[in-house]
Write a protein that binds this ligand. Structure first.
Ligand code: SAM
Length: 257
């Protein structure tokens, strides 16, 4: 552990606090402060405490922790959905995947990890400020130099000639970019759209039909995690849950166009 790294402190109630270790810095709570130097001295998996005796365990943030708490411009793809997108795209180390838009880089981090250092992520974003945030978020957490950042509107850009093993779209109107993108996806491989509203799902499927785009609609699903509070004799679903995030639409590209 070094100054400049992200660290996660967890309190007795399981609440998480993510911050970057700074020389001379402190983590301040209502029950006293923990100096960053204390955290560095303790190391991961150990406990630090404020002078008032409030304990915190010290952890290396997971990818999920980081994406939930990292600085953001656009709302990142929720981690449960990002992990499922990598699974629906059937990604493996060494593959090449295209995504848009980069946003805050949340989904980029999951895709970059799924394809690994030998793979490639091509991340398209139309807004420069968003692209910068995504680049910084990736560099600050885990950067295997396997991401190519492209600034511009995906509908107007020409994707690279070599087709991709997968495409992930987290943008408002995927049907606008789909026609130009289709040749960029290998036949029999997957494209997944992340859409918060069911009306977007319906519009997407209508466009596929009206434009006779060569895709099979494999499935539309929601990823629902129902967390429980289990502290015997208490054992019930948590009263506060993450509700709806988005629908995931999995399309498979057909050959022949
Ligand atoms: N998946 C991202 C993450 O995890 O941080 C969040 C994506 S955000 C919801 C949507 C992004 O798509 C915005 O940053 C927006 O500027 C970008 N965008 C929308 N339409 C686009 C297009 N046609 N080409 C490129 N980027 C686009």
């Amino acid at each position: 552990m070094n100054y400049g790294e992200w660290v996660l402190l967890q309190d007795r109630r399981g609440r998480n606090y993510l911050f970057r270790l700074k020389e001379g810095g402190s983590f301040d709570t209502q029950r006293g402060s923990v100096r960053h130097e204390q955290v560095l001295g303790a190391g991961y998996g150990r406990t630090v405490a404020t002078p008032q005796g409030e304990p915190f365990t010290v952890h290396k943030p997971t990818l999920e922790d980081y994406v939930l708490h990292m600085p953001r411009e656009a709302t990142p793809t929720y981690p449960k959905d990002a992990a499922t997108i990598a699974f629906l795209l059937d990604l493996a180390p060494g593959m090449r995947v295209l995504e848009a838009g980069s946003g805050s880089g949340g989904l980029t981090l999951f895709l970059a990890r799924a394809v690994g250092p030998g793979g490639e992520v091509w991340s398209y974003e139309s807004r420069e400020r968003h692209q910068q945030k995504a680049r910084r978020n990736l560099q600050a957490f885990e950067d295997w130099h396997n991401v190519t950042w492209v600034l511009g509107d995906l509908a107007e850009l020409e994707p690279p000639a070599e087709p991709f093993d997968g495409v992930a779209l987290d943008l408002m109107e995927p049907w606008v970019v789909l026609p130009a993108l289709t040749p960029a996806l290998k036949p029999d491989r997957f494209l997944v759209c992340y859409l918060p509203n069911l009306t977007q799902v319906v519009t997407l499927l209508e466009h596929l039909k009206a434009q006779a785009l060569p895709y099979l609609h494999e499935r539309t699903l929601e990823v629902i995690h129902r967390e429980w509070d289990v502290r015997p004799p208490i054992a019930h679903p948590k009263f506060q849950q993450v509700g709806h995030t988005a629908f995931l639409v999995q399309l498979r590209r057909l050959a022949g166009s």
